[in-house]
Design a protein around this ligand. Structure first.
Ligand code: 5CA
Length: 445
């Protein structure tokens, strides 16, 4: 993409009403625009990152055998009356009437709808295990929408639902979700710690929240610092292997890590003092196992091998897709702007032409651009007729992890400059070598 042809409405001023750094940078980098409280348009740069995050979520869900689909945003009130949650949900639910006076709602989650679908089509244990998921917009009329996409009213969520014959199988689905979530967040450059949480209105005995540690997080958390040494890395876990998934869960949940709702001071105090931490965290996901409650209410039963009728064991599992943009920026920025991890960056590399209109510099930039494009990478070429300082400031703000600076002086010596956004370190290389270096970094992801 050439910056002169793109739509990147960068703001010079810091927006006064944005209280946290991710919100400020998302506005300043022209990623989002607020349309109403907690409701945003996703401008091209923001939309690109949102799609990257969605893609990672899709890939990791499908890697462990979960099946994608799409349910609507609008749901009928009757569906929610069947589960008893229509009245229980309270003012957070946006209720709407259609022209025939039928009561509808903008879905805050989809347990009822997916259970109704499965109840209608799945009749035998042979169709199990089954995990369906979608990535769809949700609406929760939060009392205090704030911090930009962190606590929106309209927000994008991946929600998945497992259907199993037995509690044991459903707990395997729970463990498998934990495994897939660990990989998902690490691919986005995040450490998200599973913490024992409160099940809230969704209900159930088993639930973990995934938290990214950040001072601006809305959750208060308590943990044993030893947990932060754990990484999932590139281990191979067979998603169908119950013992393997269980072992990962045990490893990642054996240390004390809890949200304030489940915090137990006495147990916490058993941890050696130097490892006791209390901090803030951003909740980027949650997994639940809640048994047969929804199945019984929505009529999701199957015939067992013995010919008996049994309600399905279920769980639901959510990832805050749009919130993740904010969480990633909170975890990765400096005073100049965002620093995107390679896995989610909107463009792979920025090309800055120090002397637009100079034949040699223009040609060198164009050939870098073509070389990256031919390799399937997306460069953002700042071809505007602007001062170098302005171009650098824009690149730093929007946070592309790699920048190549091209100028007549370097070209005389056959070199361009490759700069890491994270370390600020620069190296002079031939254009071919610079392309190779950047391509290798992305190939290793
Ligand atoms: N049905 C279950 C799991 S599918 C559920 O709704 N879980 S949840 O309430 O925990 O939401 C899942 C994730 O969505 C949360 O972990 C959080 O990351 C994100 N989320 C929840 N509320 C908001 C909000 N108001 N703005 C942005 N993201 C949100």
């Amino acid at each position: 993409m050439r910056l002169s042809r793109y739509f990147l409405p960068v703001l010079k001023e810091t927006p006064a009403d944005a209280q946290i750094v991710s919100h400020r940078y998302m506005l300043r980098a022209g990623m989002i625009r607020q349309q109403s409280a907690g409701i945003y348009s996703w401008l091209p740069l923001g939309f690109k990152v949102l799609r990257k995050i969605e893609n990672i979520v899709h890939e990791e869900q499908q890697r462990v055998g979960h099946i994608p689909m799409l349910m609507p945003t609008l749901q009928s009130a009757d569906l929610w009356r069947q589960s008893g949650r229509y009245d229980a949900y309270g003012p957070e639910m946006l209720r709407i009437k259609d022209r025939h006076d039928r009561e509808m709602l903008y879905g805050p989650t989809n347990e009822e709808m997916i259970t109704e679908i499965v109840a209608n089509y799945v009749t035998s244990y042979k169709a199990l295990p089954l995990t369906l998921y979608h990535i769809q917009w949700k609406f929760r009329d939060e009392v205090r929408p704030r911090f930009g996409v962190m606590r929106g009213r309209e927000f994008l969520m991946k929600d998945g639902y497992n259907f199993d014959l037995t509690k044991e199988d459903a707990l395997h689905a729970y463990n498998r979700h934990l495994v897939s979530y660990l990989r998902t967040y690490e691919r986005m450059g995040l450490q998200a710690i599973p913490m024992r949480a409160d099940s809230g209105p969704i209900g159930g005995d088993y639930t973990h929240e995934f938290l990214v540690l950040a001072d601006t997080g809305e959750s208060e958390v308590f943990y044993d610092s030893a947990i932060t040494d754990l990484t999932f890395g590139d281990r191979e876990v067979d998603p169908n292997d119950k013992a393997q998934c269980q072992a990962v869960l045990e490893e990642f949940t054996s240390r004390y890590a809890r949200t304030d709702e489940t915090h137990d001071e006495a147990v916490f105090n058993e941890i050696p003092e130097e490892r006791r931490r209390s901090a803030r965290g951003i909740e980027v996901g949650q997994i639940f196992y809640f048994g047969t409650e929804y199945s019984e209410k929505m009529g999701a039963y199957v015939q067992t091998a013995e010919g008996e009728k049994a309600p399905l064991h279920m769980g639901s599992h959510g990832i805050g897709v749009s919130r993740l943009l904010g969480a990633i920026i909170e975890a990765s920025h400096d005073d100049k702007g965002i620093i995107w991890p390679e896995g989610v960056t909107p463009f792979h590399v920025g090309i800055v032409n120090l002397k637009q209109g100079d034949d040699e510099a223009d040609a060198a930039c164009q050939s870098l651009y073509d070389a990256f494009t031919a390799l399937g990478l997306e460069p953002l070429y700042d071809d505007r007729d602007e001062r170098a300082g302005g171009k650098f400031a824009t690149m730093d703000l929007i946070g592309l992890p790699w920048r190549i600076t091209v100028g007549p002086r370097g070209l005389k010596n056959g070199v361009v400059e490759l700069t890491s956004r994270r370390t600020g370190e620069s190296e002079e290389l031939s254009p071919e070598e610079a392309v190779k270096r950047v391509a290798a970094i992305y190939a290793a992801l």
